[in-house]
Design a protein. Structure first.
Lengths: 260, 436
């Protein structure tokens, strides 16, 4: 059965300031959706709010995963229900090895007594690290500690591949990557592609879409999804920018600044 | 001002205890002299912790007799896991005040290594013990507790490593406290002669919690020129035990002392750890982890004093405070005049797990020389909500996420302990203390 993730009229505030002003979006498993848009329009806020980031307050709306409102769940429950967020700035955690962390994450999805065997885990980990061209010693390094920007992004994709969620939300997975790293990260995402996996990619740059063919492209401005289309929409944004959409929709005073 | 406290032992008791043990004259008179001073001298004054109401002096018995362990098979399970019975060739186990088990390999004996309980050492190696016992590292008359320690000494170990002897395997000592009636006046004396090298690891373990008791522990490490001493310890005494523990070292030229200390007592504790870097190019490193819980009050003063040129001192302390536990972390790097090119670095981090817990990290640098480098970092904070969010977003429960973060926070020190069983012990103690 196909899974669905439905975002309905989502309003989100940070420190009293409204960032999302009624986002509507429907995702299906098997499809790759991309959200594009200028800086400061709420793209990353949307990703973080869906996962339950502690700084964001949802003031209105629903996020339904297969009909269940995930906004009523704790962060770990959302993950166990099938959501995954590849973060823009993954935390560094001293003293916890990447491998131990991943095993905890996998075992959290299994019943007590049904934990993944160490052999099987290592085999799976080795295979995925090879695929992502990661150095084997990264398994024993502390989680994200001292990782370069590119290593952190690869490590997010590694987790995605190990955990295999129903829906992956990838927040600026392409930012700060050189072309080789971008290819590897794209390769990982394409490998995940399939009937059982839905994906929401948030990006500033069309160049990621040279490697990942999206099914749907959405444009966010001023805290709302203002336009949706197919891959051709991304191509037009690349060549013409966002100005034409603003004119078409009569949008003025675009927020300029850093994404929250 | 003098503080008058009635001690539960008098001159006759001390004299009789000393005679019963057949101690050499110097030790008997040192005890009696110290006892007189203990009556007069004030308590130490650990910065920011008031201890005048703490019980350091009242105990039921000075010394109790406990059964010895004829073999390692007889050890209770909690001890067995600490010891690698197949591999550990050099081991001392003390049960309350009784030397309960001792093993030293023939090859070490042949090399002239001495490892035995402190009272036996005082008899059999009287000159050697007299030369170092409470002379250069810790003095009898510093305050009431050092004097009391000298007067009432009733356990501990002596480890002597001759010149040019390098021990590869760690020496292990386990001090078991399973009778709350017994008071612990334990002294560990480690002497590493020139160019020698040794690793010593000790565990203080309370197997029975209840009852009021007193522990007064002093360690002295003497590392001569170019010697290297690694000293690991896990202190895990019970809630009712009030502990004064003072571990000090002095270094010769090019000597190194490295401490890895797991401070896991459940009772009120005053801990001092000082390294005097006397020789040029000498090196001192203290790594310490603390978990405080319940209502316990603790004070950890770590002090590295640079006297030698080019001396290097590093302090790293990580503490976790939960419930209504309160701890003061004083880190002192002192560079004396003349210690040119010395480097004093320290870092103290405290993680608070509850609203009522208190943690105070005080980095202090005292520098009387211009041509030096020094640095410090200190922080007191809570578990980072972003770290929890990250871990939980992978499906890990909040409890497990906190556990991972806390263990990770303490790992840099835990991983330094040189004996696997003791490292495991510390990990388990941390687990137990943090999670209940």
């Amino acid at each position: 059965m196909a899974s669905t993730l439905v975002i309905k009229d989502l309003h989100v505030e940070i420190e009293g300031k409204e960032i999302l002003k009624g986002v509507n979006l429907e995702l299906d498993s098997g499809k790759i959706h991309v959200i594009m848009g200028p800086n400061g329009t709420g793209k990353s806020t949307l990703a973080s709010a869906i996962m339950g980031h502690p700084k964001f307050e949802v003031t209105k709306g629903e996020v339904l995963l297969n009909g269940e409102n995930v906004l009523e769940m704790e962060v770990d429950e959302r993950a166990l229900a099938g959501l995954f967020l590849a973060m823009q700035y993954p935390s560094e955690i001293t003293g916890v090895t990447n491998a131990d962390f991943l095993r905890s994450a996998i075992n959290a999805r299994r019943e007590e007594g049904q934990e993944i065997s160490l052999m099987k885990f290592i085999k799976e980990l080795d295979k995925n690290m090879d695929f992502l061209e990661m150095d084997q010693n990264m398994a024993q390094r502390y989680l994200n500690e001292g990782f370069s920007g590119g290593e952190k992004k690869r490590n997010e994709i590694l987790q995605l591949m190990m955990i295999r969620p129903e829906f992956g939300i990838l927040d600026e997975i392409d930012s700060g990557l050189d072309i080789d790293a971008l290819k590897v990260v794209s390769k990982g995402i394409n490998k995940m592609r399939g009937e059982d996996f839905g994906c929401l990619i948030i990006t500033h740059y069309q160049r990621l879409l040279n490697y990942i063919e999206p099914d749907h492209v959405h444009v966010m401005m001023q805290g709302r999804v203002v336009k949706s289309g197919g891959p051709e929409l991304a191509k037009r944004l690349e060549s013409e920018g966002y100005e034409w959409i603003k004119q078409e929709l009569g949008i003025e005073d675009e927020t300029v600044g850093q994404e929250a | 001002m003098t503080t008058q406290t009635k001690l539960p032992v008098d001159q006759q008791t001390v004299q009789a205890f000393s005679e019963k043990n057949g101690e050499p004259g110097w030790l008997s008179s040192l005890r009696l002299d110290a006892l007189a001073k203990a009556e007069e001298l004030p308590l130490p004054k650990p910065d920011k912790t008031k201890i005048d109401k703490w019980n350091f002096t009242q105990f039921t018995h000075h010394t109790v007799e406990s059964d010895v362990y004829a073999s390692l098979e007889e050890l209770p399970e909690s001890l067995k896991s600490l010891i690698d019975a197949d591999k550990q060739e050099n081991l001392y186990i003390q049960r309350n005040n009784t030397p309960a088990y001792l093993k030293l390999s023939e090859s070490l004996k042949e090399k002239g290594v001495i490892f035995t309980d402190i009272l036996t050492a005082a008899k059999e190696h009287s000159d050697l013990v007299e030369k170092y016992f409470m002379k250069d590292a810790v003095q009898v008359d510093e305050h009431k507790l050092t004097a009391l320690h000298a007067a009432l000494l009733n356990g501990g170990a002596f480890l002597y490593v001759p010149k040019n002897v390098e021990l590869e395997d760690p020496i292990q000592a386990v001090y078991v406290h399973d009778n709350a009636d017994s008071a612990l006046f334990n002294h560990v004396l480690v002497v590493a002669e020139e160019n020698s090298s040794v690793t010593y690891v000790e565990s203080y373990l309370a197997t029975e919690g209840a009852g009021e008791s007193v522990a007064n522990i002093v360690t002295e490490v003497v590392a001569k020129d170019n010697a290297r001493v690694v000293y690991g310890a896990v202190d895990n005494l019970s809630e009712g035990t009030t502990t004064y523990v003072n571990r000090r070292g002095i270094t010769g030229r090019d000597a190194k002392i490295e401490w890895a200390l797991g401070m896991m007592n459940d009772g009120n504790t005053i801990s001092e750890n000082t390294t005097h870097l006397i020789g040029d190019n000498s090196f001192g490193d203290t790594k310490m982890v603390v978990v405080g819980r319940g209502n316990q009050k603790q004070n950890f003063t770590t002090n590295i004093r640079h006297w030698g040129k080019n001396s290097e001192g590093y302090i790293l302390k990580h503490g976790v405070m939960k419930d209504a536990a309160s701890s003061i972390f004083n880190g002192i790097g002192k560079i004396e005049k003349g210690a040119t090119k010395a480097n004093a670095e320290q870092e103290s981090r405290v993680l608070m797990l509850s609203e009522k817990a208190r943690g105070d990290a005080n980095p202090i640098l005292l520098i009387d020389e211009d041509d030096v480098t020094a640095g410090h970092a200190a922080s007191v904070g809570r578990v980072d909500p972003m770290q929890l969010f990250y871990l939980m977003s992978r499906g890990i429960s909040q409890q497990e996420a906190e556990r991972l973060v806390i263990h990770g926070f303490l790992a840099p020190v835990v991983s330094k302990l040189p004996i696997e069983g003791v490292k495991q012990q510390l990990t388990e103690v941390i687990e137990r203390k943090v999670n209940v």
